[in-house]
Each structure stands twice: as structure tokens, then as C-alpha cells.
Design a protein. Structure first.
Length: 277
């Protein structure tokens, strides 16, 4: 999986991600919700002189491009080969980043790729986070460690991971390895020709940094930040037809972002440090 995504002939080495799939981060309405979150965090931190917004897995910067903020807000896109700032005061955001981090598969106490016995650390992870393993286990320890390393850079503010995944008691019995290419779900080939992802053990990731975490669905989170998907009143169509059409488009986009069977079913993991939302 690591070679298929990030090796010399890997998917992300040779492709522009936005051509192959659309995430919440490509939506102006999602960016509007993130701006509302930034406002909450900024207020909770007492409006610091510099407010960092670090976007991990920023792609071509679509999300940051939709944010219109004063100069004291420092926008930091992070992609392959980029280093995280050593200290972040503000917001760290990772939208559908964790699902692209490589992991190991296991079955019956052995790694699936070479049949070797599991390491002590991976056995411990499975015992805690995937104790009822009636099929193939996707060991999320690599994601936990990566996210804990990211959150460690937070000096004050919020670290937010947004991704699709599962919780203890709802782990899948079949592998979730999925491929995407040209905007369609395809066979997850490991030759670098497709984006490949695996669902995230959300509760495991949430516990990894050792900070308080709030876990909620994207539907719940976006409603908290003012995105409801409510249709505009019909009266607006008579008073301002152009604005009515725009409002309908916003409602449709909100519906896509909050659909519990789609993007709205993604999970938000928020860690706070030095501020109360």
C-alpha cells in the first residue's frame, strides 16, 4: 500500500488527486463551516497575534483557497515531503488523510502479506481495539502513531481529523480496501494506478494523542457549525429568483455534505488544547 501510493511509481507521486475523487474539502460550503470553526477557536484563544491553519493532505489547496481571512491568519498547506510546523497555535486539519496512510492486514495472529506472526505491539492493538476478529483485521496502529505525532505539534487550539471509518463493536468483517480513479470506485490495484484507501478505526485514533477528544458525525458537526441543508422559503423565488436558485444550490450541496449514507456519515475527531469550545 505504501509503494502503491507513495513509491516512485505511486499514485500520489504521479497524479493530481482532485482529478480522481472529490472530498468535503473541495466544497465551498465545507470551507464555510471550517471558517466558522476557526472563528470559534480564535475567540476561545483570545484572538492570538498569529493564528495558524495547517491543512494536512492539502492537495492543490482547494480548502484553504476558499478561506478569506485577515493577514494574522497563517495558512499552511502540507503535502508529500512537507514538514509540519514545530508549533501550531490555531487549527490543524486533516480531511481524508488518515485513510490513505498505509497499514498492515492480519488474520488469525499473522500478517496477511508474508504469514509472519504479529508483533507484540500489533497484538496489543488488536486486543484493545479489534478484540472480536472474525475476519481480516486492518491494524490501525500506524494511523494512531501518525495522528499522535501531528497533534503533538499543537501548542494551543484544535486538531481535527475528518474521515470515514468505524468504532468498536462495528468493525467490518471484510477488508475495506477500496480503489478510486477518474471519479469512480474501481478495483483497488496496488500497482500505483489507483488511489487506495482503508477505513479508519476512529475511536483508536481519537485515543492516541492522550488529549480529550470529541467524536461526532459530519452531519452533527456541520449542523453545529451552521450548515443545515434547509430549503429556502418559496416566497424568495417570487421576491428574488436569482438568490432563490443560489440558495437551492447551497441547500443541495449541504444535503450532500450531511447525507448520513455519504459524506455526512464521516467522523470528526476534535482534540482541544488550551481552549474551550
Amino acid at each position: 500500500m505504501e509503494q502503491a501510493l507513495y513509491g516512485p511509481e505511486g499514485f500520489y507521486t504521479r497524479n493530481r488527486p482532485a482529478r480522481h475523487f472529490r472530498t468535503s474539502a473541495h466544497s465551498p460550503l465545507f470551507a464555510q463551516a471550517i471558517a466558522a470553526l476557526v472563528e470559534k477557536v480564535d475567540r476561545a484563544l483570545g484572538h492570538p497575534t498569529q493564528f495558524d491553519i495547517v491543512d494536512i493532505g492539502a492537495g492543490e489547496g482547494e480548502l484553504l483557497a476558499h478561506l478569506s481571512l485577515p493577514e494574522r491568519f497563517r495558512l499552511v498547506p502540507v503535502e508529500l515531503g512537507d514538514a509540519l510546523p514545530q508549533s501550531v497555535t490555531g487549527l490543524i486539519l486533516a480531511t481524508e488523510w488518515l485513510d490513505n496512510l498505509p497499514l498492515d492486514l492480519a488474520h488469525d495472529g499473522h500478517y496477511l502479506d508474508d504469514g509472519a506472526p504479529l508483533s507484540t505491539l500489533d497484538n496489543e492493538w488488536i486486543a484493545r481495539w479489534w478484540p472480536v476478529a472474525d475476519g481480516i483485521v486492518e491494524i490501525g496502529r500506524s494511523r494512531d502513531e501518525a495522528w499522535a505525532g501531528v497533534v503533538a505539534k499543537l501548542s494551543a487550539g484544535v486538531a481535527l481529523a475528518v474521515d470515514y471509518g468505524h468504532l468498536l463493536g462495528t468493525r467490518p468483517s471484510l477488508p475495506t480496501l477500496t480503489g478510486f480513479r477518474d471519479g469512480r470506485e474501481v478495483e483497488p490495484l496496488l500497482d500505483g494506478s489507483t488511489d487506495v484507501t482503508c477505513h479508519v478505526a476512529i475511536d483508536s485514533v481519537a485515543a492516541a494523542p492522550g488529549l480529550p477528544a470529541r467524536v461526532m458525525s459530519q452531519r452533527e458537526a456541520l449542523r453545529w457549525l451552521g450548515v443545515t441543508g434547509a430549503r429556502p422559503p418559496l416566497e424568495l423565488a417570487h421576491r428574488d429568483p436569482v438568490e432563490y436558485v443560489r440558495a437551492l444550490a447551497r441547500a443541495s450541496e449541504a444535503g450532500t455534505l450531511t447525507d448520513p449514507n455519504g459524506l455526512g456519515g464521516h467522523w470528526w475527531v476534535l482534540h482541544t488544547l488550551g481552549c474551550a469550545l
